[in-house]
Design a protein around this ligand. Structure first.
Ligand code: ME8
Length: 523
């Protein structure tokens, strides 16, 4: 029996201390593209996102907003849920760490750790950064321009002394190194693995996993004075949503371990060190992959509230269009690297890649078909395809395997480059074949050329669906493709367009971005 095709992908759960911004939208978008691709490729997909609602940082933000933490988290969490709808994310679940299912799951993993003698009671005296919700050792701190000790992330630190439960992280170094060795792509990009291994080789200390100085969190089972450390609580969301603590349920059996935890590089250590150690210590399987992507800046500057340059994804979409933003974010920066958002770079992508290359191809081919073939898919007689037609069609069909391999390594920009090789080849083919000339000279040859182009557009429309779902929907509608022939099953000539099929009147899909006066410019 072949192994069932299942795929479980997660985003970080976002802190509800603030409104969502471009960084959050980016991570979830990357997961959405993966999830949509896998569904089209025949996988049973579970795509999870949600919000991280406990801890001191959220408690402080609620107090600053003069609000009770629960009412505050209800409100801010809804903004993230709304963003998912607005960005056309196809998540199957949205988890909130304040839900009852999650409390049950956290208490169960805690109990497993206690039963396995992985947790003991002690007391913590050391540095803590509320912004990062992270403990730092003295030697990790740096001194800022004012002579003040701060975390390497730039966050303020405070001295904390309190009773605390500890997780025996120091026992897990070798097991973690073995885990990375056994699964060579478990941490990607590969360069990031060095960061993780050198942290481990520097010697792991036991980790404080409970707090007593505030109470916005999940109580430690059997000791109400303590609440769980927010990162133990937050990371556990990934198994909560897979049905934990019921490890026999279908969902858990089908979807755990997760195939991919997508995160930003800021939170790699939590995902690649603490989380697999917690899981292994609890007798559960660690994830199959953690991918840490890079950081976006705005016109060269770090995005931050104090600089007032936070990019609101909703404004961006209203200004440039949804699929344009989705395409830009996945295409502009090699996934894994840092990237810079600028008005000129998105306009450039919109006008050259989308309007000139893809949009123009679809528009001119479908207009010629409309004008010269009575608005029907060209009818072919027995003349047959000649070599340039076949070459184009072969290149279009072959892109699926390449894109599949590239996306299996989360190389979104390369996958799009592969697709654009076909877009460009198709445009060059139009120029060489000059179907407008063939109309009088050789109408059958014209039919073959336009047919080959329509088929190529069908393949392009199919493969780009994960990136630009709405636009591809329109492209496939313009070719009158059945809704049940839009997955990758249809990526073969068995599902080729039928000559004579009536097509709707073509309409432009990717308008050029026209600069209004500079006052109206975005960013
Ligand atoms: O860390 N560029 O939540 P968070 C790219 N609750 N990505 C960015 C970004 C930027 N400028 N800014 C944020 C937390 N991100 C925890 C996670 S998971 C169990 C708990 C993205 O709201 C990126 O994915 O601070 C980063 O890792 C995440 O938002 C941090 O979100």
């Amino acid at each position: 029996m072949s192994t069932p095709k299942r795929y479980y992908i997660t985003t970080p759960i976002y802190y509800v201390n603030d409104a969502p911004h471009i960084g959050h939208a980016y991570t979830t978008l990357a997961c959405d593209v993966m999830a949509r691709f896998k569904r089209l490729d025949g996988y049973d997909v579970h795509f999870l996102t949600g919000t991280d609602e406990h801890g001191q940082k959220v408690e402080k933000s609620a107090a600053a907003a003069n609000s009770e933490p629960q009412a505050f988290t209800d409100k801010v969490s809804q903004n993230f849920r709304d963003l998912a709808g607005f960005m056309n994310y196809s998540n199957d679940d949205f988890i909130r760490t304040t839900e009852a299912r999650h409390k049950k799951s956290c208490q169960a993993i805690w109990q497993r750790l206690v039963d396995n003698d992985e947790i003991y009671l002690g007391s913590y005296a050391g540095w803590y950064a509320v912004r990062d919700e992270a403990y730092y050792a003295e030697e990790e701190l740096i001194t800022n321009a004012d002579g003040k000790k701060i975390a390497p992330s730039g966050a303020e630190v405070e001295w904390v002394e309190e009773p605390s439960y500890f997780f025996r992280l120091s026992n897990w170094g070798d097991r973690l190194l073995e885990y990375y060795d056994n699964k060579p792509d478990v941490v990607l990009p590969k360069t990031r693995l060095n960061e993780v291994t050198s942290f481990i080789k520097g010697g792991l200390r036991d980790l404080s996993v409970s707090r007593t100085s505030f109470n916005w969190g999940i109580p430690v089972p059997g000791d109400d004075d303590h609440i769980m450390y927010v990162w133990l609580d937050a990371l556990t969301n990934y198994i909560t949503a897979a049905g934990f603590p019921d490890t026999d349920c279908e969902k858990y059996q089908n979807f755990w371990p997760a195939d991919l935890h997508m995160v930003g590089k800021d939170i790699l250590r939590f995902h690649a060190v603490y989380w697999p150690a917690f899981l292994m210590a609890a007798g559960l399987e660690p994830p199959r992959r953690i991918f840490a992507h890079g950081w976006w800046t705005n016109e060269g500057e770090k995005i931050s509230k104090s600089l007032g340059n936070v990019i609101d994804p909703i404004e961006l979409v209203e200004h440039y269009g949804l699929d344009q933003v989705r395409y830009f974010l996945m295409r502009e920066v090699p996934f894994g690297n840092d990237g810079d958002f600028s008005h000129s770079s998105i306009v450039n992508r919109m006008n050259s890649d989308l309007a000139n290359d893809l949009g123009n191809l679809v528009q001119r081919v479908l207009s010629m078909v409309h004008k010269n073939c009575e608005g029907r898919v060209p009818v072919l007689d027995t003349e047959g395809f000649i070599s340039p037609d076949q070459k184009l069609l072969d290149q279009a069909i072959a892109m699926l395997d390449t894109v599949r391999r590239q996306l299996d390594g989360q190389s979104f920009h390369e996958a799009l480059e592969t697709v654009w090789l076909v877009v460009r080849a198709a445009n060059a083919y139009v120029d060489h074949q000059a179907p407008w000339k063939l109309r009088k000279e050789d109408p059958q040859r014209m039919a073959y050329v336009l047919y080959s182009l329509c088929e190529t557009i069908r393949y392009l429309g199919l493969i780009l669906q994960p990136f630009m779902p709405d636009s591809c929907h329109k492209i496939l509608d313009q070719l009158n493709i059945n809704h049940n022939q839009r997955d990758f099953e249809a990526f073969s000539d068995e599902y080729a367009l039928k000559g004579g099929t009536v097509l709707p009147k073509p309409e432009g899909i990717f308008p050029r971005f026209i600069e209004l006066e500079s006052a109206d410019k975005a960013s």
